[in-house]
Design a protein around this ligand. Structure first.
Ligand code: SAM
Length: 261
C-alpha cells in the first residue's frame, strides 16, 4: 500500500478493491475520443484504468499526493493533473483545449462536497454525457429515489430534470482504506436524450425548493406565497388531492406547475 498520511478533512478514503474499479469502468461505457474529468484521483488507483480508455483531467486538492502521482504516471500521455480545489477552478477553460466527442465525469467523490460538486457541474453547464460517481449510500438512495418514497426530495427532482439516474451497485465500507463509517454506492447520471425543458429554470428550481421546504407540511402550506388556485387546477387534472405533499409530485408535474404559475 502507498505511503500517505490520509486526511479526513479532504474525505480521503481510497479504494483498495480492483473489482470495484473494474465495475466502475464497465458502468461508464466510455466511448472513444472522449474526455474524462476525475475529481480526487487520490493515489491514482481509478485513474490508472481511466487513462486506458481516454484522456483524463484529474483535479486533486492535496499537494502531498503530487509525488506519488507523478511517479505513477511518469510518461503517461493521457493524463493532466491539476492540483487545485475543483470547486474553485474554472473547469470550462481547462477542458477547452481538448478536442473530444463526449465528456464524462468519473470519480470516487470526496463526500463532504458531493452536492457542491454536482451543482458546479450543472450550473457551469459542463453538460457531461455521463457521470459515474461513488457517493455515500444514503445520498445515492436520495438521488435515485422514486416518487412517493421518503427519500424523494428536491435534489431528486433537480437531478432528474437533467439526467436519467441509475443505482449501479453498493460498495461495502470494507473496500476502502481507511475504512469509512458508512457504505457507499456507485450511481450513474446520463444526460437526458429528450429533456423536457421548463420555461424558466430559476423559477422552477425555486418552486421545487420551496415545495420541499418543510418535509412534514403539505404542498399548500409550503407554497403559501404562491397563487395556489392555479396549482390546484393542475393537481385536479392528475386526480391529486389538495393536501398532497411534495414527495408525491412527479418531475413532469412540477414542470407543468412551474410553467403555469
Ligand atoms: N480516487 C481515489 C480512490 O478512489 O481511491 C480517491 C478518492 S477519495 C474518496 C477523494 C479524493 O478527493 C481525495 O484524494 C481528496 O484529497 C480529493 N479531494 C477532496 N476535496 C477535493 C477538492 N475540493 N478538489 C479536488 N480534490 C479533492
Amino acid at each position: 500500500m502507498i505511503e500517505h498520511n490520509f486526511k479526513k478533512k479532504f474525505g480521503q478514503n481510497f479504494l483498495k478493491d480492483s473489482n470495484i474499479i473494474k465495475k466502475i469502468i464497465d458502468s461508464s461505457e466510455i466511448e472513444k475520443e472522449s474526455l474524462i474529468i476525475e475529481i480526487g484521483p487520490g493515489s491514482g488507483y481509478l485513474t490508472k484504468e481511466l487513462v486506458k480508455k481516454a484522456k483524463v483531467i484529474a483535479y486533486e486538492i492535496d499537494e502531498d499526493l503530487k509525488e506519488i502521482l507523478s511517479k505513477e504516471f511518469y510518461n503517461e500521455e493521457n493524463i493532466e493533473f491539476i492540483f487545485e480545489d475543483f470547486l474553485q477552478r474554472d473547469i470550462k477553460s481547462d477542458i477547452k483545449k481538448y478536442n473530444y466527442n463526449k465528456l464524462y465525469v468519473i470519480a470516487n467523490l470526496p463526500y463532504y462536497i458531493t452536492t457542491p460538486i454536482i451543482n458546479k457541474i450543472i450550473t457551469e453547464k459542463l453538460e457531461p454525457e455521463k457521470m459515474v460517481i461513488m457517493v455515500q449510500k444514503e445520498v445515492g438512495d436520495r438521488f435515485s429515489a422514486k416518487v412517493g418514497t421518503k427519500e424523494y426530495s428536491s435534489i431528486t427532482v433537480f437531478l432528474n430534470y437533467y439526467f436519467d439516474i441509475k443505482k449501479e451497485f453498493v460498495v461495502s465500507k470494507n473496500s476502502f482504506i481507511p475504512k469509512p463509517n458508512v457504505d457507499s454506492m456507485v450511481i450513474s447520471l446520463t444526460k437526458k436524450k429528450n429533456q423536457k425543458k421548463v420555461r424558466n429554470e430559476e423559477k422552477f428550481f425555486q418552486l421545487v425548493k420551496n415545495s420541499f421546504k418543510y418535509k412534514r407540511k403539505t404542498l399548500k402550506n409550503n407554497l403559501k406565497d404562491y397563487d395556489f388556485s392555479k396549482i390546484i387546477e393542475i393537481l385536479k387534472k392528475y386526480n391529486l388531492k389538495e393536501d398532497i405533499r411534495a414527495e408525491q409530485i412527479t418531475l413532469d408535474q412540477f414542470i407543468e406547475i412551474s410553467n403555469n404559475i
